[in-house]
Design a protein around this ligand. Structure first.
Ligand code: ADP
Ligand code: MG
Ligand code: ZN
Length: 604
């Protein structure tokens, strides 16, 4: 796919010239041209002209005489010589006198010439330029119009290296829905025959990095029609107050080019709920109103399809989501195991591999990763291979880069003191042991105590056996126990606790709280929702929806739930204290343990 965006340079260039010309005219040309030219002559010349009867009007002032020639086309001046015969001479010459001679230009005329003329001139230049541009566009219909108030949309035209659905792995449902749109744009008659009209707009929603933008580009690559792409923030970008104009312009262009696709990325930037607050964001509201109007303004049969993408669908204005506008909602979710395998393959095809990769293992270890993260993992692996002077990516590179993407790079120069290293070893083995001892928890994939740039001093990587969609109450409780296992080991062995557990504490608390407030897993509250999730796709912040007494109660229950699991972890570990000592010592020596090594030691 090729992106065309004509440069804005010529327009600015022309405007600069016009403005410079304006000032030059005003400073140098108009003053001399407009103010009346008065020629200074000596008294003798005046007298001679007077005698020859060459003078039309004379104005005598105290120390200056101004006079004109016969047809008043020239004005002269000379000093007043205090000549007592002057009056007689004037009468003799037949010149008119006693009146005033106009020595200055009419101010009205002046402003007319110095302002209106240049403006008219500039307007002329401008129309000339736009005409020329229109001609250019006639020659090249894919060229876009540009300038102030123009939509600023990028127009993609099909080229050989365009993105197609083949480049988007997984996301079969989304592709299915989009394929229908592509099909419609190819053969609208097929749909018209039975009177079906296509949805005017489709909204791609999902977490960041799941391939929404990529999907839209693939539609453009497949559809073979003009594809306008603009990001929501671009409407409110550079020129404040032009958002609505830009929307109008975008749709005008789209209608001209129909059938075509308009893609508005990150639509939440302009489509936010109007909250009706006085003094709210007027600019944004106007832009949104314009968008709503435009979407109503054309019928689907014109063949303009609007795609939009967002990861905050709940913040969009309901008017935008009603049928007739964005009536189709296409969820683009995080990929499942098979999806991850496919995405890894798509991206691994772009790098040279040694042929021994096990994508299933990588995809399993990268559970919860988005498409963008998986693409990043493959790239990191390739970088690692280059760094180590190899010419192909190996399985090991891929596994290591998962850790890089999840936990950051290995921190080479961070040296833990001996006692710290021992604490970290016990802490991590504590997690792993607790996880392994509770049969519901997933097996351990890897334990390491090599510090990472993310700040983690070590970590335990757990890998789910299969894809999990439901978690039972027991499993959740076990998860909390596993989170507390690190701290439990520290306390059990050193009778002292450290700051190393802060992340564990955070996660355990979050989980315990969610069990009570969202999953209805407490006896006391049962199936009552005590929290709303706000951003389902962006971290899922939750806001409480209960009285302050209930809040207090939730806090108490969270504390006791976590405490209960912590106690359970302590019990599990003290029952297996020799294993804890043995594996920790081993980890302390080697710094990294694989899942198999760990299980072997556990069973021996
Ligand atoms: P977003 O959903 O945030 O718009 P993008 O479409 O920009 O995400 O995806 C970012 C990158 O992640 C893409 O350029 C692509 O390399 C990769 N990616 C995401 N999802 C997929 C997928 N399903 N198949 C292949 N690559 C993907
Ligand atoms: Mg995007
Ligand atoms: Zn921990």
């Amino acid at each position: 796919m090729e992106e065309r965006r004509p440069s804005k340079k010529p327009l600015i260039f022309y405007w600069t010239i016009a403005i410079v010309v304006f000032f030059l005219l005003n400073i140098f040309v108009f003053p001399s041209f407009l103010s009346v030219q008065i020629q200074e002559v000596d008294y003798r010349t005046f007298l001679t002209l007077l005698e020859e009867k060459q003078i039309g009007q004379v104005e005598v002032e105290e120390n200056q005489i101004t006079f004109t020639n016969l047809d008043a086309s020239k004005i002269y001046k000379t000093g007043n010589m205090n000549d007592p015969e002057l009056i007689d001479r004037l009468v003799d010459s037949g010149a008119g006198f006693g009146t005033e001679i106009k020595k200055e230009t009419d101010p009205l005329l002046y402003s007319l010439v110095s302002i209106i003329l240049p403006v008219a001139l500039m307007f002329g230049v401008w129309t000339f330029i736009s005409k020329k541009m229109a001609q250019q566009m006639g020659k090249n219909p894919n060229m876009m119009q540009f300038g102030m108030g123009k939509s600023g949309a990028k127009l993609y035209v099909k080229s050989d290296n365009s993105v197609t659905f083949r480049d988007v792995a997984g996301e079969e449902e989304a592709k299915e829905l989009l394929r229908e749109i592509v099909d419609y744009l190819h053969a609208p008659e097929k749909y018209a025959r039975i009177g079906a009209s296509l949805p005017k707009g489709a909204l791609l929603v999902g977490p960041p990095g799941t391939g929404k933008t990529l999907l839209a580009k693939a539609v453009a690559g497949e559809a073979n029609v003009p594809f306008f792409s603009i990001s929501g923030s671009e409407f409110v970008q550079m020129f404040v107050g032009l958002g609505a104009a830009k929307v109008r312009d975008l749709f005008r262009q789209a209608k001209e080019k129909a059938p075509c696709i308009v893609f508005i990325d990150e639509i939440d930037a302009i489509g936010k709920k109007r909250d009706g607050r006085i003094g709210g964001n007027d600019e944004q509201e106007q832009t949104l109103n314009q968008l709503l109007t435009e979407m109503d303004g054309f019928d689907g049969s014109r063949g303009v399809v609007i795609l939009a993408a967002t990861n905050r669908p709940e913040s969009l204005d309901p008017a935008l989501l009603r049928p007739g506008r964005f009536d189709r909602r296409i969820p683009v979710e995080l990929p499942d195991l098979q999806g991850r395998i496919d995405i890894l393959k798509v991206h691994a095809a772009k790098v040279r591999t040694d042929g021994n990769e096990d994508y299933t293992a990588i995809a399993r270890a990268a559970s919860g990763c988005s498409g963008a993260e998986l693409a990043n993992i493959v790239n990191e692996a390739a970088l690692r291979a280059v760094r180590q002077g190899r010419d192909a990516v190996s399985q090991e590179d891929l596994m290591e880069s998962i850790e890089v993407v999840i936990a950051g790079y290995q921190k080479k120069n961070k040296i833990l003191s001996d006692s710290e290293k021992r604490v970290v070893a016990y802490h991590e083995v504590g997690h792993a042991l607790v996880a392994a001892l509770q049969n519901h928890s997933a097996p351990v994939e890897k334990i390491t105590i090599i510090p990472r740039t993310s700040g983690a001093l070590g970590y335990t990587m757990q890998v789910d056996e299969g894809e999990r969609f439901l978690l039972t109450k027991t499993e959740l409780e076990n998860k909390i126990t596993t989170f507390t296992g690190g701290r439990a080991a520290e306390e059990l062995v050193f009778h002292e606790i450290s700051t190393g557990a802060s992340n564990d504490i955070e996660q355990a608390t979050k989980l315990a709280r969610a069990m009570i407030t969202r999953y209805g897993m407490s006896e006391e509250f049962g199936m009552v929702a005590l929290e709303h999730t706000e951003n389902q796709y962006l971290g899922g912040d939750a806001s409480l929806a209960c009285s302050s007494q209930t809040q207090t109660r939730i806090d108490e229950m969270t504390v006791s739930l976590v405490a209960r699991q912590y106690k359970k972890a302590c019990t599990l570990l003290s029952e297996n204290i020799e294993k804890l000592h043995k594996i920790s010592a081993y980890l302390y020596e080697r710094e990294t343990l694989t899942g198999e090594q760990f299980m072997e030691m556990l069973k021996s």
